[in-house]
Design a protein. Structure first.
Length: 174
């Protein structure tokens, strides 16, 4: 009887350990702008690897995006709900890439990012949303527009100075 109790205890311990090792995690992404939920669009989650160097750097994100394209990695796409929330559940202990191919109406796609989900870990993300009407830094269209406006201003100032000089000459002022 003592042997049976020990065997039963070992079976229970093995089963609970197996369940803990296979524990899954989740990722909740909150899409908000100035405190308001932004519904619409979708996010795609790509499983990248068990480990990925320097998860937080822009270079690592760029490398992950290139990896997904080169390897034709299939992702899981979820719509952004009415509360501006996307929930990815049942995630294994891995590094994941989050990409927004379809942005919320009136906004640009978020910057892609990497997230490392540990065993049974639940993480949250709050990516920065950018309205579609805000020029990006280094945006060639915005830069060209500013250069044209500056050139027109300089030409206008030059013409005004020349007119002033010519008026002084015509009036005989020294």
């Amino acid at each position: 009887m003592h042997k049976g109790a020990v065997c039963l205890l070992l079976m229970v311990l093995c089963m609970s350990t197996a369940r803990a090792v296979g524990a899954v995690g989740s990722l909740t992404v909150y899409m908000t702008w100035q405190g308001h939920a932004m519904a619409g669009g979708s996010l795609t989650l790509y499983e990248i690897a068990e480990q990925w160097e320097d998860v937080g750097s822009p270079e690592a994100v760029k490398a992950a995006v290139e990896y997904v394209k080169a390897q034709a990695v299939q992702g899981v796409t979820q719509p952004v709900g009415q509360q501006g929330v996307v929930l990815f559940e049942g995630l294994e202990q891995e590094v994941y890439l989050v990409v927004q191919h379809e942005p919320s109406p009136g906004f640009r796609p978020i910057n892609s990012f990497l997230v490392c989900i540990g065993e049974g870990e639940s993480k949250q993300a709050n990516p920065k949303l950018t309205p579609d009407n805000t020029p990006e830094t280094g945006d060639p269209g915005a830069t060209t527009l500013w250069l044209i406006l500056m050139a027109v201003s300089l030409v206008g100032a030059g013409v005004a100075i020349l007119c002033k000089i010519r008026m002084k000459k015509d009036s005989g002022e020294p």
